[in-house]
Design a binder for this molecule. Structure first.
Ligand code: SF4
Ligand code: SF4
Length: 372
């Protein structure tokens, strides 16, 4: 029979930053929240995540006795600023498709347990952050994120991985509290550009930029276009402004060379003009929440981000993309972006576009011309 210490040693040997243990009793507080906020979590069920079932580890493994929580740090190395300003950090080195780093280490950990007769499952729908807090690995932030007690200078750049097992181990001391200092005065709530943080530890996912960038439906409403700023996929603003993350953000970290090599592929111009083969080959293996059927959303997000740079070097790209595209959501956002950047060249492009547009696109072109 494996001892707790042997499991801890293995977790560290495999590169996890911390490891903890909690019992397999149901997550009653989470059940309550999910019952009260059914509308807010409806999107998860649509994507196949039965969050309510995940609140009872016995639904995952009938003989569940313990949850081992492995703490993965996803921001060990610095990311290029050309990517950080448009993409949430947790997506920049995500191997869920390629399965060659974190996934391989989780697999090795599971095999180690299994070889010693411990059955285990790694569910996606169990409340991982709550499990980590119950195991004593960290506390909550009012921004709904989880802050480690130990790694990344006690910051939030962590991903707890819950492993449900059929053996009993002594649980850690829970740290279920919010760990924010009084003096912070809700910086994250105030800084959220779209007002998605309704209160401490209460997010409206439908207003969150992360959700909007990969699941938003239709042309982004006018009132969200400026607040969504330069984000193309995900958003880190409520983590970047958090004083609990300042110590880690101040560190001089070595650059993640693998991600640095992706900069060229992720240039806004390339994303704006990309076709399905390019997307499937270069983009989707890293960021897979949208398939090639959703290229319109990628392009709409990129056009909005270009507009919000106010940089007129994007005007020729947007003008060209207007000619290439047939999707009214992309065309409408291109018109908005040209109007936002403004200037004679953008105005000329909009006047040319007016002659070729109708319906929704024409409305956006007219509104953009009125603005300029
Ligand atoms: S990720 Fe961005 S949009 Fe979402 S809650 Fe945080 S600051 Fe707001
Ligand atoms: S910004 Fe302030 S309130 Fe928000 S999570 Fe950080 S410390 Fe807590």
């Amino acid at each position: 029979m494996l001892t707790k210490n042997e499991i801890i040693e293995k977790a560290y040997e495999l590169g996890f930053g911390d490891v903890g243990f909690t019992g397999a009793e149901p997550f009653e507080s989470q059940k309550e929240i999910l019952s009260q906020r059914q509308q807010e979590y409806a999107w998860a069920y649509k994507t196949g995540l039965d969050l309510m079932a995940g609140t009872d580890p016995k639904n995952i493994l009938p003989d569940a006795r313990t949850i081992i929580v492995l703490m993965e740090v996803y921001f060990k190395e610095a990311y290029p600023s050309a990517l950080e300003r448009h993409v949430g950090r947790c997506y920049l080195d995500d191997d869920r498709i390629r399965q060659d780093r974190l996934a391989a280490r989780i697999k090795a950990f599971r095999a180690f347990l299994r070889d010693q007769g411990i059955q285990n499952k790694v569910p996606f729908h169990l409340p991982h952050r709550l499990a980590a807090a119950r195991a004593g690995l960290g506390t909550f932030g009012k921004n709904c994120l989880f802050y480690s007690n130990k790694v990344v200078a006690k910051g939030s750049w962590v991903l707890p991985v819950a492993v449900v097992v059929d053996q009993e181990f002594t649980p850690g001391e829970p740290t279920l509290e919010v760990g924010c200092p009084e003096w912070c005065r809700n910086t994250c709530l105030v800084a959220c550009p779209t007002g998605a943080l309704k209160g401490p530890r209460h997010i409206d996912p439908y207003k969150c930029i992360s959700f909007l960038t990969y699941f938003g439906q239709g042309l982004t409403p006018l009132e969200l276009r400026e607040p969504m700023g330069l984000w193309v996929y995900g958003c880190d603003r409520c983590q970047n402004v958090c004083p609990r993350n300042a110590p880690w953000l101040a560190r001089e970290l070595p650059v993640n060379q693998k991600v640095a090599a992706m900069v060229e592929d992720f240039r806004l111009e390339k994303l704006l003009h990309m076709e399905a083969p390019y997307f499937n080959d270069r983009i989707w293996p890293h960021m897979f929440y949208m398939s090639d059927k959703d290229l319109w959303r990628w392009k709409m997000n990129v056009a909005r981000a270009m507009g919000n740079t106010l940089d007129d070097r994007y005007v020729p790209e947007l003008t060209k993309a207007f000619m290439e595209n047939g999707d009214e959501r992309v065309l409408g956002m291109i018109a908005w972006a040209l109007g936002r950047i403004g200037g004679p060249e953008a105005k000329k492009a909009l006047n040319d576009a007016l002659l070729k547009s109708n319906g929704l696109v024409r409305e956006e072109v007219v509104a953009a011309l009125e603005k300029g």
